[in-house]
Ligand binder design. Sequence first.
Ligand code: SOE
Length: 383
Amino acid sequence: MASIKAGVIGLGFIGPAHVEALRRLGDVEVIAVAGSRPGTAEARAAELSVPRAYGDWRDLVADPDVQVVHNCTPNFLHYEINVAAIDAGKTIVSEKPLALDAPQAEKLLRAAKEAGVVHAVCFNNRMYPLTREMKARVVRGDVGEVRLVHGTYLQDWLLFDTDYNWRVDPALGGPARTVGDIGSHWCDLAQFVTGLKITQVYADLVTFLPVRRKPKAHVDAFAGVGFKPEDFDEVEVTTEDCGMILFRFEKGARGTCLLSQMCAGRKNHLTLEVNGARGSLGWNTERLNELWLGHRDRPNETLPKDPALLHPAARPYAHYPGWHNEGYPDSFKNLFQEVYAAVRDGGKMPDHPTWPTFETGYQANLVVDAILQSAAEGRWVAV
Ligand code: SOE
């Protein structure tokens, strides 16, 4: 069987992660990468052993051999590149957020549907075996009717005023920073696991550092530890460092989430707890091979990621036996596995994809927009 040929645009933190996950699928060849900084594409292509390097993403999209385009660029480029890939009739795998706002995302969803291309947006947290297990247990009724959905998404890589990255600049990252960058992940996971849509939000957003020192040199996400910029510009910051959000979900469920990129010691700490009428479930990204099962009348349990013990719906997402830990890169492999199965299967969207699609991306943009509006107006806002 001929391999499927992919091209990856964007060579910061996440582009190379896509390259690595794609290679582990076995029948996918990453034939091209594109980067925007001078010389980056050639150098990174050589490091990653990718044969073709483009300094302009348009050339990658136009490459007739590229069947699937991975858009791993900063947020402000998502819309334009996604449109170009759809217009070229290619499968498009976009990093999140799908677009800078919901109207843009809606246009992308409509265009992808009209063109009949396969589409995906990388909300990877729903692709772990144990987040699938959470969902399967909610569907099976193990926790009863869902009442409370709460958690956090905490990081520390933007703690100091010398920490800087394109995500801080609204022209590049969009009007929402912490909410768009990591809050959108939490909202997607909460809605996926519970099967309940967020219907209303009430948000308090704060920018603790209204001025940051922006290094003149480029800095990737998470690269700031120990980084001492010699040469920097002072820039005004308008995007939020932290967010405290109340949620109303469908069917009367309620929730809360604390979001921050300034919590020392918290590197990538997404926690999600679901409390139902009969029991609870809890999971977090820093111990993602363990699922907490909370009981009222017997001792609580910890379920390890062991395919032999998982619900049949969660089992395909686990590739190794119990306590042979799997992690972050595997969530991307799981996502791409489903998307590329659809490509192999005639290049059409299946009726009920469980991977995050442009529909998911549009819904996430709607929630983020509602959160910004709520914070600005100090009131509940419907999604
Ligand atoms: C930076 O905050 C970041 O890399 C996000 O952009 C990713 O989506 C998240 O998975 C990890 O943190």
